[in-house]
Ligand binder design. Structure first.
Ligand code: SAM
Length: 245
């Protein structure tokens, strides 16, 4: 019998293959993002060091690859769905992309200076997340930066009905979790926090939205922690407007 983790991924892959063109036609760039969301992406890009090789992990149809590149990153994308990657290749041909699972990335250790997981861990149950977090860490350099964005909350919701009006009959499970539980999972894999956004839902969203930026500590950072102190100061300043948890 197929392992549950494989069966769950296969269901996600089938759903995104079915809706790929609808999704890619609807979201072509950053239409779905709020200014605070984009500010977090900008902070992620600013925090990535070295040659700034960034893996867009679960890139979908690649709509954020140009945004990352415009901020000085050198992005490549992977996604489980061949349909989404087909659209990434036709809509954004300048960027390398591959069909791959976040559970087994086709890259050697320490290939990337940043990993960008923008709403791509949302279809993974809690029990299956730690191996993915470990895999994201494996491909990061020491000092590498990871961004994770997701809907906060509890439980599982089938969001497939959202595609009904576009002629799709799909099941697509979304797993909700708290910012604190994701932070614990990241800390268990050795990541240390750099920045955090938790904002209330707007414009048709139902849940709070969370963006976490963490890093793999480099030996130099452990000796000179100013970088994290600077990030904490920024966090405090943004928190005053009430958008951060
Ligand atoms: C909500 S979409 C977001 C896509 C893209 N990040 C964006 O913002 O447009 C989630 C994407 O994550 C991908 N995904 C989900 N689980 C994955 C996994 N285990 N491995 C690789 N990709 C995955 C899906 O195929 C889908 O394209």
């Amino acid at each position: 019998m197929e392992r549950p983790v494989v069966a769950a991924e296969r269901a996600v892959q089938a759903a995104y293959d079915a809706v790929a063109d609808t999704y890619a036609d609807f979201y072509t760039a950053t239409e779905g993002e709020q200014p605070e969301d984009l500010a977090m992406i900008d902070r992620f890009c600013a925090a990535v060091r070295g040659p700034r090789r960034v893996l867009d992990a679960g890139c979908g149809a690649g709509r954020l690859l140009p945004y990352l590149a415009a901020r000085g990153c050198n992005p490549a994308g992977v996604d489980l769905s061949a349909g989404m990657i087909r659209r990434a290749r036709s809509d954004h041909p300048g960027f390398p992309t591959a069909v791959a699972s976040l559970t087994a990335l086709p890259f050697p250790d320490a290939t990337f200076d940043g990993v960008f997981a923008w709403y791509s861990l949302i279809h993974t149950p809690d029990a299956s997340l730690p191996p993915i977090v470990a895999e994201l860490r494996r491909v990061l350099t020491p000092g590498g930066v990871l961004l994770v964005a997701f809907q906060a909350g509890e439980g599982v919701r089938d969001i497939g009905a959202a595609f009904g009006p576009y002629g799709h009959d799909v099941t697509l499970l979304r797993h909700h979790r708290s910012a604190a539980s994701m932070e614990r999972m990241l800390a268990a894999e050795g990541f240390v926090p750099l920045d955090r956004l938790e904002r209330p839902p707007v414009a048709g969203e139902r849940e709070d939205q969370v963006v976490l930026i963490v890093e793999v500590p480099a030996p130099a950072d452990l000796a000179a922690p100013e970088r994290r102190i600077a990030a904490a100061a920024t966090r405090g300043a943004v928190g005053q407007d009430g958008t951060h948890g």
